[in-house]
Each structure stands twice: as C-alpha cells, then as structure tokens.
Write a protein that binds this ligand. Structure first.
Ligand SMILES: CC(C)(COP(=O)(O)OP(=O)(O)OC[C@H]1O[C@@H](n2cnc3c(N)ncnc32)[C@H](O)[C@@H]1OP(=O)(O)O)[C@@H](O)C(=O)NCCC(=O)NCCS
Length: 223
C-alpha cells in the first residue's frame, strides 16, 4: 500500500471509492468537485482503494485552516489501516503547507486517535449543534474565537421561472469557473465549486430535516 497525490486520471476511481464507501454518490460528487489543497489516494497493487481531500476553509483574520473530508476506503479494503494512513498523510500535508488547523465532522471514536479534539474545547462555537462530531487538530496558531466554517450557496425566490434559473445558473457557473474568480475566492478562503440547480435542490432537501429543528430551536429567521 502507498499513499500518493491524486492525479486527474484518478477521478473515476476516486468517485467509485466514495460511492462504495458511503453507499451514496453524495460524498463522491463533493470529492471530485472540490478544488483541493491536497487530494491523496491510497493505492494497493496499482489500484486506488482509498481517498481523502483537504479543502480550504473560509475563516476570518487570515487564519489558515483546511477541512478534512470526504475520506473513504473501499468496503473490502477497510480495517487494514488504509484510512489511518490517509488521515496521517493528510495531516502531514497540512502541516507541511503551514496550515494552522485541520477540522472535520466525524466520529470522535475514530479521529481521536490522530489527535483530533472537540472544536469547542479550543473555543470554537458550535452554532449548528454538531457537538463532538465537530473536531479539530491545531497545528499552528490557535483559531480565532468565533470562527465558523461556511458553505455559501446561491438561492432564488420560489417560483422563479425555470428558464431564468437555468440562465442564472449557467452565468454563475461560468463566472465561478474563471481562473480570476477561483483565485479571488481562494484568496478569501473559499473553494469554488459550482453545480447544477438539481444538485442544490437535492442537497437542500437532505439538509432541511437536519438543520430545520436547529434553526427553529435557536429562533433563527431568514432575512
Ligand atoms: C472511515 C474509514 C475511512 C476508515 O478507513 P479504514 O481503512 O477502515 O480505517 P483503519 O483500518 O485505519 O482503521 C480501522 C479502525 O477504525 C474504526 N472505524 C472505521 N470507521 C469508523 C467510524 N465511522 N467510526 C468509528 N470507528 C470507525 C474501525 O472500527 C477500526 O477500529 P480499530 O482500529 O479499533 O479496530 C472507512 O471505514 C470508510 O470509508 N468508511 C465509510 C465512509 C466514512 O464513514 N467515512 C468517514 C466519514 S467521517
């Protein structure tokens, strides 16, 4: 087994790894769409059997932090240390790149062994109620208090004509795909992704049952 940097030729294998590991294509789509700081594959006998991504997080004050994930290992290759090798290689890559911290959402029973601790234990707020799933490894400076990772997505008012949705979606995707915009977003700590309205609708439908009760409990209203 070896861990190496992913190449464009690994795209299909990476998608297949996450689709099999998560038993849905949701994480696979994210894994291949991200503009990664690091994208590492675990290879056995020349076959890609695992993959992990590090991507830039939007944090104020120039704080350098990356998110770890998705991470996946083919079901038949799990439990043999490949996932551990990928996490350790990702942490080493983040350290080498001068990142201050690596954050993720995951099971503390797994990630604690690599040094991840509850993000709230270093002063990060937990506005979405992730609790101990929200974890961090601080490699450099401690995070600024109040820093929260963001995943902004554009929405339109209900009832916007389909033709207008398509037109705006194409325009936004075209803008996000330009090198200048990618660079601008990267400098602001964001990762340019883009996508189709159907993907956003599916994602929103999946997220609503999770965050709806959280927002209601906190009394948060759209503005
Ligand atoms: C999580 C994952 C990447 C680990 O890869 P792996 O190659 O199986 O991991 P390793 O062989 O290095 O480690 C195996 C250990 O991790 C534990 N483990 C694996 N997945 C776990 C999980 N979701 N929660 C808690 N522990 C987990 C195993 O029980 C085993 O524990 P042990 O060492 O005490 O026996 C892999 O199981 C996977 O792809 N899972 C499906 C996708 C997923 O859940 N990704 C992570 C989302 S946060």
């Amino acid at each position: 087994m070896r861990v190496r940097d992913a190449t464009p030729a690994d795209r299909a294998a990476i998608f297949a790894v996450h689709a099999a590991a998560f038993r849905t294509e949701r994480e696979a789509e994210v894994a291949v769409a991200l503009d990664p700081e690091a994208s590492l594959v675990a290879e056995e006998d020349g076959r890609v059997v695992g993959h992990v991504v590090l991507s830039r997080l939007a944090v104020e004050d120039g704080y350098r932090a990356v998110a770890l994930g998705p991470i996946g290992v083919l079901p038949e290759a799990q439990g043999r240390g490949l996932g551990s090798a990928l996490v350790r290689a990702a942490l080493a890559a983040a350290r080498d790149a001068g990142e201050d911290a690596v954050v993720l959402l995951g099971n503390p029973a797994y990630y604690g062994r690599f040094g991840f601790v509850a993000a709230t234990s270093v002063g990060l707020p937990d506005p979405f109620g992730w609790r101990d799933a929200f974890q961090i490894v601080v490699l450099g400076a401690p995070p600024p208090r109040g820093a929260v990772p963001l995943w902004p997505r554009p929405f339109l008012v209900a009832g916007t004509p389909a033709a207008a949705v398509t037109k705006l979606n194409e325009a936004v995707n075209a803008a996000v795909a330009t090198p200048a915009m990618r660079e601008e977003l990267r400098n602001r700590g964001f990762v340019a992704m883009g996508g189709k309205p159907q993907q956003l609708a599916k994602w929103t439908a999946e997220q609503a049952p999770i965050w709806g009760p959280v927002l209601q409990a906190a009394g948060i209203k759209p503005e």
